[in-house]
Design a protein around this ligand. Structure first.
Ligand SMILES: Cc1cc2nc3c(=O)[nH]c(=O)nc-3n(C[C@H](O)[C@H](O)[C@H](O)COP(=O)(O)O)c2cc1C
Length: 194
């Protein structure tokens, strides 16, 4: 399925060009590819340069991958099981201040979001597609990934080679196209909110 998105204003093609398909070929990613994706994430900005992101990953074809799939919501498992890799994006909800005490880290999810977008755009530049998922079992995922109290799981991310939409269950085939966005006028304000 093609991406026919039309930007309202001229922007780099990577922005409207990135979208979240569900059809993956099932081809595994290699470690070098994953390292390149994490390298892009590594250069994301973060408050005080805390770099709160943490990534747990599993490559297609490994026993780990099956375990990761099992942590997803059933509606996501159906298609995400064909991804080339699954990644959980976590972030540290606290940091150690200059006085040595642990403090809440307010921007952890914001910063992790920047890392996710960097990864997604890097993936696109490598001919890969990405699909973030909030649909996962947080309790079981925390347990399996051994997540301590001061980390949050923000999302799982399916990464891989885009597959043929015809392989998807019928209900998902109709949704296998790039979505549009609200016009800027609806969410930009010169000064206070309208
Ligand atoms: C944090 C987050 C959670 C999401 N959770 C899911 C999910 O559980 N299942 C799913 O199919 N898509 C999920 N999506 C994908 C969004 O629906 C998708 O990004 C959005 O519709 C915009 O489409 P685009 O990414 O193709 O531009 C999620 C995206 C984000 C950023």
């Amino acid at each position: 399925m093609s991406n026919t998105r039309q930007p309202q204003h001229p922007v780099d093609a990577s922005f409207p060009g990135r979208w979240s398909p569900r059809a993956f070929t099932g081809q595994a990613l290699c470690r070098e590819q994953l390292s390149a994706l994490f390298e892009a994430a590594r250069w994301a900005p973060s408050a005080m340069n805390v770099q709160p992101w943490r990534f747990c990953y599993a490559l297609q074809g490994t026993p780990l991958f099956e375990r990761f799939v099992d942590l997803l919501a059933e509606g996501n498992q159906v298609w995400a099981k064909h991804a080339g890799a699954l990644v959980a994006l976590l972030s540290t909800t606290s940091y150690v201040g200059s006085d040595g005490s642990e403090k809440p880290f307010a921007s952890h999810a914001f910063d992790a979001g920047a890392a996710w977008m960097s990864l997604a755009l890097q993936a696109r530049s490598m001919g890969l597609v990405t699909h973030a998922m909030g649909g996962f079992d947080n309790v079981r995922a925390r347990d399996y990934l051994r997540v301590p109290d001061n980390l949050a799981i923000n999302a799982f991310i399916a990464i891989g080679y885009q597959g043929d939409a015809a392989q998807l269950p019928e209900a998902l085939q109709a949704r296998e196209k790039a979505s549009d966005r609200h016009p800027q006028e609806q969410w930009t304000f010169e000064g206070p909110l309208g």
